[in-house]
Design a binder for this molecule. Structure first.
Ligand SMILES: *[C@@H]1O[C@H](CO)[C@@H](O)[C@H](O)[C@H]1NC(C)=O
Ligand SMILES: *[C@@H]1O[C@H](CO)[C@@H](O)[C@H](O)[C@H]1NC(C)=O
Ligand SMILES: *[C@@H]1O[C@H](CO)[C@@H](O)[C@H](O)[C@H]1NC(C)=O
Ligand SMILES: *[C@@H]1O[C@H](CO)[C@@H](O)[C@H](O)[C@H]1NC(C)=O
Length: 671
C-alpha cells in the first residue's frame, strides 16, 4: 500500500474519478462545496471492514485505517492519496493518542501511546460507524503499567470529509496514585506532501522539514533550532521552534497543513474547550515542523508541573477528551487561503454542532442532557465609575469548585466559558450536569471574580442567575498605572530579535513576542543600568520591557532591579497607599518591591519564589496570572519624587523572570 504510492495515486485516480463522478460529483468541486453531513442520502454508503490487524472505515470521501487492537491511525486515504500520514513511520507512529504518566508510589513513569488490547464495533449503521479500542488496568497488575482504563473511539459519518476521535480516561476508586502530565492526540503527516502550515489568519508559512531541523544548530534548548542548511534555501538563517506556534485555548479551534500537489489540507478542529484544562487563556502547542498536528488536552506548557492531573488516595476520576474532528479538504487550484478559509468555515460548523449528538458513549452527554446558565456581570469600582458598570466582553466560566482563581490551574474537571456582551450579559450553554463555581475576569479590571456558593447544573436546567457584581480590588484613586490589566504583557515593549535569530513570520506580525531569544535583548538594551520608568514621561509601549528578566553578564544571569519614578503632591502621611501588581507570567522568579529605599532589608512586598510556567523561554506573552496588593504607609512616600524598586532577585538562568500584566498605585481612600 505504501510503495510506489505516486503511481498508485494516478491509477486509483482513474478508477476513483469515474466512481466519484457518478456517485458524488460534489467531491471534485472546490472543497467549500463538499456535501454537508445532513445530506446523507446522496452520500456513498459507509463501509467498515475488520481484518486480523486492521480496521477500515470508509465513507467514499475518506478511508481511515486503524491498527487493531492498538487503536492507532495507520492511514487516512483521501482524494486518491493512499495516506496523508507519514507512511515511512511505523503504523503505530502516525496518528495516535498519548499521555505522559508517572506513579509516585513506585517512582516509575513514561511517555505512552496508549496501545489498546481490545477492539469492538460500537455501531455500524448507514448513519454512523463508531469503533472502540480499549486498554484496561486492574489491581492484580500491581506495579505494572499505569492505573487507567482507556477507551479510544473513532467515528465516521456519511458525507463527511474527515473523522472524529475522542477518548475516555478512567481511574477507579481505590487505584494507586498517578500523575498524568500531558494528554493529546498527535498526527505525523507525509513529509513530502505537506510543507505549508496555518495556525491562524496571520500565522501561516512555508515550514522547514524535520531533516532541516536535525541538520540545524540547536540553540538554547533542543526545540529551538537555527536552520543552517535547509532544503529550501529561503529558510536559511531562520529559527524554528514549535513553541513559536502556540495558541491560547480560546483561539485554538483549527490549525493544520497544506500540500501543494495535490492541493490538500489536513486540519485538526477542536470545537470546544470544555475538556481542555486551565480555561480560555491556557496556551498550548498546535502544529509544528515534522509535519505534526496536535490536539493537546492538557500539559504543563505555560503553566508548570503543578498543572498535571494528580489522582491521590484512590480517588475516582473519569474524563472524556474530544471529540476532535480531523478534516481534509482540497481543490483544483493552488491558493492556500481557499483551503484555510474553508477549514475555518468547517470549524465554525463543528462549533455550531457542539455538543455533538453522535458520540455513542453515555459518558458524553447530549445537548438535552446538559444545562445552561444566564445572567449579567457588573463591576463595582467607584474610582472608575460611580455607578455599577457592565463587565464588557468579560470571560465568565464554570469550573470545579475551588478557591478564587483556581480555574486557571484546574485540570481534573470540565470547564465551560463564554464572553459577556457589551452590556455584561452572558449565557453558558451545553454545560454538563455537575456542581461548579462561577468565575469571571474582566479585561481592563484586575483580579478574579467568583460567585459565592456552588452552582448546580442539572440535566435540562436553565438557570437565570440574575445580576452579579464583581467588587474589583480597589482602595483609593489611581495615582498612576502602567499597562492594561488583561493578563498579558502584549502591550509593553517587545524588541526585535537579534538579526541572526529571526523567524520571518513574526517580523511584521502582531505576535512579535514569539521570536526566539528576546530575553537576551534586555541585556543588549540595558547592558549595565537597569530599566527606569518615569511616570508622566515614559510610555509603557516603548519604555517597559515586556519581561523582567535577568542580565547576562558573560553567561552569569544576574538579578535586575527596575525603577518606577513618580511625583506625589500633598502626601497624606497618615493615609495608606496601595500598590497593585498583576503578573502575566512567573518562572522561578521572586519580585521584591521597595518604596524609596533600594537597600531596605525588608521589602514592602516579596512574592517569594513563584511560578514555573516557562512562558519566557516558550515565547509566550503570558502564563499563569498572579495578583499582589501591598499597603504602603503614607509616611514612606515623599512630596515630590519617589522611586519604587522592583527587584527580580533570582538569577542563574536566562529564562527566570516575570511578565508584568499591570501596575497601579492607589492613593488613600477618598470620601
Ligand atoms: C485482572 O486482569 C487479569 C489479567 O488480564 C485477569 O485475569 C483478571 O480476571 C482481572 N481481574 C479483574 C478483577 O478484572
Ligand atoms: C509591515 O506591515 C505594514 C502594514 O501592513 C506594511 O506597510 C510594511 O511594508 C510591512 N513591513 C515589512 C518589512 O514587511
Ligand atoms: C549570554 O552572553 C554570552 C556572551 O557574553 C552569549 O554567548 C550567550 O549566548 C548569552 N546567553 C544567552 C541566553 O543569550
Ligand atoms: C504548586 O502547588 C502548590 C500547592 O498547591 C503550591 O504551594 C505551589 O506554589 C505551586 N507551585 C507553582 C510553581 O505554581
Amino acid at each position: 500500500m505504501e510503495k510506489g504510492r505516486r503511481n498508485l495515486f494516478v491509477g486509483w485516480l482513474g478508477i476513483a474519478f469515474w466512481f466519484l463522478l457518478i456517485v458524488n460529483c460534489a467531491a471534485w468541486i472546490p472543497a467549500q462545496r463538499l456535501i454537508p453531513h445532513d445530506n446523507k442520502d446522496s452520500s456513498p454508503p459507509l463501509k467498515l471492514s475488520v481484518s486480523h490487524k486492521h480496521v477500515e472505515m470508509d465513507n467514499g470521501i475518506v478511508k481511515v485505517t486503524l491498527v487493531k487492537p492498538d487503536g492507532q491511525v495507520a492511514s487516512i486515504a483521501y482524494k486518491g492519496i493512499d495516506n496523508v500520514l507519514e507512511y515511512r513511520n511505523k503504523e503505530i507512529q502516525r496518528g495516535y493518542w498519548d499521555i505522559v504518566w508517572s506513579r509516585p508510589d513506585i517512582g516509575k513513569g513514561s511517555f505512552d501511546t496508549l496501545h489498546a488490547t481490545s477492539f469492538r464495533v460500537i455501531t455500524e449503521t448507514k448513519d454512523q460507524i463508531e469503533v472502540s479500542f480499549t486498554k484496561t488496568w486492574n489491581v492484580s497488575y500491581g506495579d505494572n503499567g499505569f492505573p487507567l482504563n482507556i477507551d479510544k473511539r473513532f467515528v465516521l459519518l456519511p458525507g463527511s470529509s474527515g473523522f472524529y476521535s475522542y477518548a475516555i480516561f478512567e481511574h477507579l476508586e481505590g487505584w494507586p496514585d498517578i500523575n498524568i502530565d500531558e494528554a493529546r492526540i498527535a498526527f505525523k503527516l507525509d513529509q513530502e506532501m505537506f510543507n505549508y502550515m496555518a495556525v491562524s489568519d496571520d500565522r501561516q508559512r512555508i515550514m522547514p522539514t524535520a531533516r532541516d531541523r536535525s541538520e540545524g544548530h540547536v540553540l538554547g534548548y533542543k526545540e529551538a533550532v537555527l536552520l543552517t542548511n535547509p532544503d529550501n534555501p529561503d529558510l536559511k538563517g531562520e529559527v524554528d521552534d514549535k513553541y513559536q506556534y502556540s495558541c491560547d485555548n480560546k483561539d485554538n479551534r483549527v490549525h493544520g497543513w497544506i500540500s501543494n500537489r495535490p492541493h490538500v489540507g489536513f486540519w485538526v478542529i477542536t470545537p470546544s474547550d470544555e475538556f481542555r484544562a486551565g480555561g480560555p487563556v491556557k496556551p498550548d502547542l498546535t502544529s509544528h515542523a515534522g509535519p505534526t498536528s496536535l490536539s493537546v488536552f492538557f500539559s504543563g506548557h505555560y503553566a508548570g508541573p503543578n498543572f498535571s492531573v494528580k489522582l491521590r488516595n484512590g480517588e475516582q476520576w473519569k474524563m472524556v477528551f474530544g471529540p476532535v474532528f480531523i478534516y481534509l479538504n482540497s481543490d483544483s487550484g493552488n491558493k492556500h487561503s481557499t483551503l484555510w478559509e474553508d477549514a475555518k468555515k468547517q470549524s465554525s460548523e463543528e462549533i455550531k454542532k457542539w455538543p455533538y449528538s453522535f458520540p455513542m458513549s453515555s459518558d458524553f452527554p447530549k445537548a438535552n442532557q446538559r444545562g445552561s446558565i444566564s445572567g449579567r456581570l457588573l463591576v463595582r469600582d467607584k474610582y472608575i465609575n460611580k455607578q455599577l458598570s457592565p463587565a464588557k466582553l468579560a470571560y465568565v466560566g464554570l469550573a470545579s469548585p475551588g478557591v478564587v482563581g483556581s480555574w486557571q490551574s484546574e485540570t481534573k474537571g470540565y470547564q465551560f466559558w463564554t464572553k459577556t456582551d457589551e452590556n455584561g450579559y452572558f449565557t453558558i450553554k451545553g454545560v454538563r450536569a455537575n456542581t461548579y463555581n462561577l468565575n469571571a475576569w474582566v479585561p481592563g479590571i484586575i483580579g478574579d471574580y467568583q460567585h459565592e456558593g456552588d452552582v448546580i447544573i442539572k440535566s435540562g436546567s436553565q438557570i437565570q442567575i440574575g445580576d452579579l457584581v464583581y467588587d474589583a480590588p480597589r482602595n483609593g484613586p489611581t495615582l498612576w498605572e502602567i499597562g492594561i490589566p488583561d493578563r498579558s504583557a502584549a502591550e509593553f515593549y517587545i524588541p526585535d530579535p537579534a538579526p541572526g535569530l529571526m523567524n520571518k513570520l513574526y517580523i511584521n506580525n502582531s505576535e512579535k513576542f514569539r521570536q526566539y531569544g528576546l530575553w537576551q535583548r534586555y541585556t543588549d538594551l540595558y547592558p549595565t543600568e537597569d530599566l527606569i520608568y518615569t511616570v508622566g514621561e515614559s510610555d509603557y509601549k516603548k519604555d517597559w520591557f515586556f519581561a523582567h528578566v535577568t542580565r547576562n553578564v558573560s553567561r552569569n544571569y544576574r538579578p535586575t532591579t527596575w525603577k518606577i519614578e513618580f511625583d506625589v503632591r500633598n502626601v497624606i502621611r497618615a493615609g495608606t497607599y496601595t500598590l497593585r501588581m498583576a503578573l502575566a507570567s512567573a518562572n522561578f522568579a521572586e519580585i521584591q518591591v521597595r518604596m524609596n529605599n533600594e537597600n531596605a532589608r525588608r521589602p514592602d512586598l516579596s512574592t517569594g519564589r513563584i511560578g514555573m510556567d516557562n512562558a519566557i523561554a516558550r515565547h509566550g506573552i503570558h502564563g499563569q496570572y498572579w495578583l499582589y496588593s501591598v499597603n504602603i504607609a503614607g509616611y514612606k512616600i515623599q512630596n515630590g519624587r519617589n522611586t519604587i524598586y522592583l527587584r527580580q532577585a533570582r538569577g542563574s538562568s536566562p529564562y527566570i523572570g516575570v511578565m508584568y500584566d499591570y501596575l497601579r498605585l492607589e492613593g488613600p481612600p477618598t470620601t
